[in-house]
Design a binder for this molecule. Sequence first.
Ligand code: KG4
Ligand code: ZN
Length: 374
Amino acid sequence: MKILAIETSCDETGVAIVEGTKTGDSISFAIRGNALLSQAPLHAAYGGVYPNLAKREHQKNLPIILEQALKDALPKLSQKRSSGSLEDSARPFFGESFGGTPEAINAIAVTQGPGLEPALWTGIEFAKKLAKEWNVPLIPVNHMEGHLISSLVKDGKLENVELPVLALLISGGHTEFVLMRDWYKYEIIGETLDDAVGEAFDKVARMLELPYPGGPHISKYAAVAREKNLKSEITLPRSMIGTKTCDVSFSGLKTSALYALRGKNLTEDEKAAFAREFEDTVADIFVAKTRRALEETGARTFVIGGGVAANSFLRTRLQDLVAKDFNDIEFRLPELSITGDNAIMIAEAALTRALSGLEDATTEDFRAVGNLSL
Ligand code: KG4
Ligand code: ZN
């Protein structure tokens, strides 16, 4: 089964064409085409994502990104494309490449939420139009399920996943521990009470005059500090680290960073030391809360997903935790290329549901839901 997926929930415009094949209990994924455009440099001036700018950019870029994904899937597209709209010309090319029938794309998947509604609507409207023209069903996908399912995929396959699964989903908009005892049945067992961790990375980066999105920059500075053994004089609060829940909070950390840095003109080394302290704090909090979540749930598989799951220090700290104290649990770490928002994850979530025979996942009329929950 082949799905063309569209992702526009935030500031990434993504289109991917993925083929999924089910053999017994295993699903394998082959990425046929993929294109992704980040608007981050445009939003950098605002220090965060500006919804109406995101919408405008998605509208402008979706046809271009679709064409790129198609070109990626079909090397011949550029020469053979006739004049007329891309939608008109694209479909026959699918046919040519995918075995000769125009029905080669079985469905279109699109992110329904959560995310910024103006941005989500852009993708949904584009997907609806395409689905109508190509006469294929449309599958709405929960963005967080996309992060979760794609993070469980190992070497292109979703197989041998032992339940329950504990997922730590960490991004610019979300921070939550999700428990999946049965496939597609989710329970949020802990979450942030205020800011998402990615937001904290971005805000603190801004205080250090590092560009948006700040996570990767903080990570680089912190790595330099570890290499040079630079330590900050400032100690940041590990808020809620000792509470008897799996909830976290990052607003106090952000405020403490603001006070600690106010009026200071830091050298590069001091910035690095501060970034290290910040990253240590975040890692300490997640290690403590992951320990609690694993103990409380008896999860057999642990997985992390979302943009912040690219953080190498956090990955190492969590790997150490599992190796040391939970060595009978499998820890699945997503490839770095899919931790941030992308359309491959949307395709994989849709394929997983569709190939598992979940008919009700397919509907033609649905709305964008900014606060859609798992
Ligand atoms: O999942 P994502 O691409 O978009 C949302 O759904 O929010 O996550 C983006 C977030 C941003 O806050 C970015 O700063 C953070 O992920 N991020 C990182 C790293 N790479 C991206 N945070 C820490 N370390 C990283 N290496
Ligand atoms: Zn995301």
